[in-house]
Design a protein around this ligand. Structure first.
Ligand SMILES: [Mg+2]
Length: 181
């Protein structure tokens, strides 16, 4: 298989494989999601008892690497099958989600932190610090809170309107009121 094979060509190859075997009746969305979870489980099982500190080394061992690649291949095949069945463009879904993730995890705030930055799509109402910050930035907090009900696209646009405040708010822990530096 060529290294530059397109996503569309790979998807078509996966579809053809299933069609040749008349597996379409088994490939309803529920079954495919179960299959995806099972394949991810098989991938996870390979690393289950490997210490974190050893997992890079384990994955570099040729026999381990081949096993991991096999299971990753299975995950990819089932994911393509699921997208095909649902009529979801995998490439578009990834691009859209990356854009949303970029809004939820601003690099200058999320850098070096595994946890999600405190986000304005959590609970804006409770922390006094958020209300105070809104006042400082001249933001209508009720209007911003209403944006939680919008679609992701609309929400990003609304948050963009208040980008400076949103960035400030993400630094505030709504429970403790502590601000991340
Ligand atoms: Mg497998």
């Amino acid at each position: 298989m060529s290294a530059d094979k397109s996503v569309d060509a790979l998807s078509a190859a996966v579809r053809a494989f299933a069609q040749e075997r008349e597996w379409g009746t088994y490939h309803d969305p529920k079954n495919l999601v179960m299959a995806l979870a099972a394949e991810v489980g098989e991938l996870a099982a390979l690393l289950r008892w490997v210490p974190n500190s050893e997992s890079d080394r384990f994955a570099a061992v040729p026999s381990s690497r081949q096993q991991l690649a096999n299971e990753i291949g299975d995950v990819g095949i089932v994911l393509f099958s699921l997208c095909d069945r649902l009529g979801i463009d995998l490439r578009q879904a990834i691009e859209d989600k990356l854009r949303l993730n970029a809004a939820n995890y601003p690099a200058d705030i999320a850098r070096g932190h595994a946890e999600r930055p405190e986000a304005p799509n959590c609970e804006l109402a409770t922390p006094e610090s958020a209300v105070d910050a809104a006042a400082d930035f001249g933001v209508d907090i009720d209007q911003l809170r209403a944006s939680l009900k919008l679609t992701p696209e609309e929400r990003i646009a609304r948050l963009d309107e208040n980008a400076e405040f949103v960035r400030e708010l993400r630094r505030v822990n709504p429970t403790t009121g502590c601000r991340r530096s």
